[in-house]
Write a protein of this length. Structure first.
Length: 126
C-alpha cells in the first residue's frame, strides 16, 4: 500500500525548494525561504525534523553540513493531496468538482480544449 505524505502549507514551501534544487543544507533552505516566510533557522530545523518523521525528506551527512533531499516526488504528493481534497470537499466526485469550477469560473477556449484532451486521453486508456 502506498504511504500517504500529508504536507502542511508550510512544509510545501520547504518541499518546493528541495524539489527545485536538492540537495540543500539547512542554511541554504533558510536563505531560500526567508524572504517569503521570515522563518529563523530553528523553525526550518523543526520543520525538517517533522518532515523527516513523515518520510517526506531525508538527509546525508555532507562534509560540513547535512544535505537534505526530498524523499517523495512532487507529482506523487500532489496526486495524494488532490485525491484527499476531492474526497473531503466533493465526496469523491470529480464531476462535482468540475461542475463547481464551471459554475464559478469562465473558462477560456484553450482551457476547455485542454480539458477535452485530458478526458479523451483518459477514455482511450480505459
Amino acid at each position: 500500500m502506498e504511504k500517504k505524505t500529508n504536507l502542511t502549507e508550510s512544509e510545501w514551501k520547504v518541499m518546493e525548494k528541495l524539489w527545485e534544487s536538492a540537495p540543500m543544507t539547512i542554511t541554504q533552505l533558510v536563505n531560500a525561504v526567508k524572504d517569503e516566510t521570515g522563518w529563523a533557522k530553528a523553525t526550518v530545523i523543526t520543520m525538517l525534523n517533522r518532515m523527516e518523521a513523515k518520510g517526506a525528506v531525508y538527509y546525508n551527512a555532507g562534509e560540513k553540513a547535512r544535505l537534505y533531499y526530498p524523499a517523495v516526488a512532487r507529482n506523487e504528493v500532489a496526486a495524494q493531496e488532490t485525491e484527499h481534497f476531492i474526497d473531503r470537499v466533493y465526496n469523491g466526485s470529480v464531476g462535482l468538482l468540475i461542475n463547481s469550477l464551471v459554475d464559478n469560473k469562465q473558462f477560456s477556449k484553450a482551457e476547455i480544449d485542454e480539458l477535452y484532451a485530458i478526458l479523451k486521453k483518459a477514455e482511450e486508456e480505459l
